[in-house]
Design a protein around this ligand. Structure first.
Ligand code: FES
Length: 580
């Protein structure tokens, strides 16, 4: 940690618009004053953009307008001038073909909103899965002082005496209906009790994972990740964040000061400790790419391999985010990692200090929710990175969500050419499949879907479910919801739509999965594989216009973060020419 605060006072970026007595300055100030701002607000104080992903069609972020008021109160208190700015809001549960296709569009548009407007710093108000990484990517590329405050998780769901978690129970109940263990009426009744309050998914899904990632990266105030959306302490956190960003601008504490390689390593280990979502792999790689930090899949395996999963939350464990908060939240986890030598203690955070100073006194109030390392849920909880002739550029698997008996498995491939093929045949009782088979799905990667949908945790065939079997090895170039579970190999790279070996797997081929040795192997002769690859041709038509075309033409593989090739790197936020 070697950050030295800049001297204050000094001329800020916003003064290029609002400072002085020129015609242009009068023009800029005059128009803003139509909202009733007094003249002294333009005296050179920090202007803070409160970048709000609120949208009624992003229900997980539906409460962020109220939270923005608290952020603004904090900015005012600290002597700043807050301006709330609506930004591209990607909802996980509404966008088609998949929210992931729009993460990069959101990041690109928000980057330009930051760069093109008169702000000196930004508060990133986020929540739902893609909103956190897209704003972090934009902040990393522009490198203005920025801080995150998330909307917080929903309260626990309750159904017939059982606590039910967002997503995880949806998948479970759907399988139970298919297996004849639950009626459709009961499923509909459960729907009423799944989402009891505003907020993000209450499991350790992608939203909670990314909130934890943001905190462990040092981009949020300590303790932010777990506070429930409706808890009064969430609003306090928002207000404190508003206060903090003003000082960050004065100190010129930027994302590039915080988002160093050591910060990313802390985040990777955090994902292992919390049993976090595999989606974090793609998002962290993309954020690192934006700030110019060299981060690879190897870093995920190297840093995450020996990290035990100690947070006992669905989908890997038992509890929900409410209990995680009551137990002490992420600071307790970071403290545990630090005590085990698995945390870079001196990593800088938005506080201006070292991460260890913020967590060293954290107290664990429930050792069954945040376990001691000796009683970890999974000894090796990090994301496993697999390689082999089926995934030359890598694939990932989440050991804490997988079945131990399937971690080493050899089985006959049952291949689905794409998601439509899977949907058309999976319930066919004549499909030749049993629990020893390996389900393979193609054409669901960043280019293939397009956008890399969360369909990798393919539901099992009903005839297997009826035997009481709940898991099989599944392999695809898709992603999986952070709330899902199973022995699921994801993000196979290169993807099928790019002509990777996945594209030429055939039903009947034998596949070997060996997680302890990080191996994924298609057991056919080398010459046969080469001949199939030489004969391969794309099966789907490419979009010929619009954003879908841009995405498909420029999106990179999952193994490097699935960002657009021309958006990598930190471009800063230079002040451009005035337009008048
Ligand atoms: Fe938005 Fe889970 S769908 S947080």
């Amino acid at each position: 940690m070697s950050f030295k605060p800049a001297s204050w006072p000094r001329k800020l970026r916003s003064q290029e618009w609002y400072g002085g007595t020129s015609r242009d300055a009068i023009y800029h100030r005059g128009w803003l004053k139509n909202q009733g701002y007094p003249n002294d607000l333009f005296d050179g104080r920090p202007i803070i953009g409160v970048l709000n992903t609120w949208s009624e069609l992003t229900p997980c972020n539906g409460h962020l307008r109220e939270l923005a008021e608290k952020v603004k109160a904090g900015v005012w208190e600290a002597g700043g001038f807050p301006v709330e700015v609506p930004v591209f809001s990607v909802s996980e549960n509404t966008y088609r073909p998949t929210a992931m296709m729009f993460r990069n569009l959101a990041a690109m548009s928000i980057e330009e909103q930051i760069r093109g407007q008169p702000i000196d710093g930004a508060v990133l108000l986020v929540g739902c899965d893609k909103t956190t990484p897209s704003l972090l990517m934009a902040a990393a590329s522009t490198d203005l002082p920025s801080i995150i405050v998330t909307g917080g998780p929903m309260l626990n769901g309750h159904f017939r005496g059982e606590q039910i978690g967002s997503g995880t129970h949806l998948w479970r109940f759907a399988e139970a209906v298919k297996a004849g263990e639950m009626t459709q009426e009961e499923f509909l009744e459960a729907e009423q009790s799944m989402s009891r309050s505003t907020g993000t998914c209450n499991t350790m899904g992608t939203a909670s994972t990314m909130a934890s990632v943001a905190e462990s990266l040092g981009m949020a105030l300590s303790g932010n990740a777990a506070i429930p959306a409706v808890d009064s302490r969430r609003r306090v956190m928002a207000q404190l964040t508003g206060r903090r960003i003003v000082q960050m601008v004065k100190d010129d504490l930027k994302p590039s000061d915080i988002l160093t390689k050591t910060a990313f390593e802390n985040a990777i280990r955090t994902v292992g400790a919390i049993g976090g979502s595999t989606n974090a792999v793609i998002h962290l790689l993309a954020i690192a790419g934006r700030v110019g930090v060299e981060l690879t899949l190897e870093d995920w395996d190297r840093c995450g391999r020996d990290v035990p999963t100690i947070v006992n939350l669905l989908p890997a464990g038992k509890y929900l985010m409410e209990e995680f908060f009551y137990a002490g939240g992420l600071p307790v986890v970071l403290k545990r990692l630090g005590e085990a030598g698995l945390l870079h203690k001196d990593a800088l955070t938005v506080s201006g200090g070292a991460i260890w100073d913020e967590v060293k006194d954290a107290m664990n109030h429930n050792p069954d929710v945040i376990r001691p390392i000796e009683r970890a849920l999974t000894a090796q909880g990090g994301i496993a990175v697999l390689r082999g002739n089926l995934a030359p550029s890598g694939a990932v698997l989440k050991p804490s969500a997988a079945s131990p008996q399937l971690m080493t498995h050899r089985g006959r491939a049952v291949v689905f050419e794409d998601i439509d093929d899977y949907k058309a045949r999976i319930e066919d009782e004549s499909l030749e499949i049993d629990e020893t088979c390996v389900m393979v799905m193609k054409n669901c990667g960043p280019k293939g879907y397009p956008g890399m949908a969360e369909v990798g945790n393919m539901g099992l065939p009903p005839k297997v479910l009826r035997k009481g079997i709940t898991d099989m090895v599944r392999i695809s170039d898709a992603r999986m919801s952070g709330t899902a579970y199973g022995t699921v190999v994801l993000h196979v790279s290169p993807e099928a739509a790019s002509g990777g070996p996945l594209a030429v797997v055939r039903t009947g081929d034998m596949i070997e999965l060996d997680v302890p040795n990080r191996r994924l192997h298609l057991d056919i002769p080398e010459a046969e594989l080469a001949a199939r690859l030489a004969a391969w041709a794309p099966v789907h038509e490419r979009p010929d216009s619009g954003y879908a075309w841009l995405h498909q033409a420029h999106v990179q593989g999952a193994d490097t973060g699935a960002d657009l090739d021309f958006m990598k790197g930190c471009r800063g936020a230079p002040v451009g020419r005035d337009s008048h």
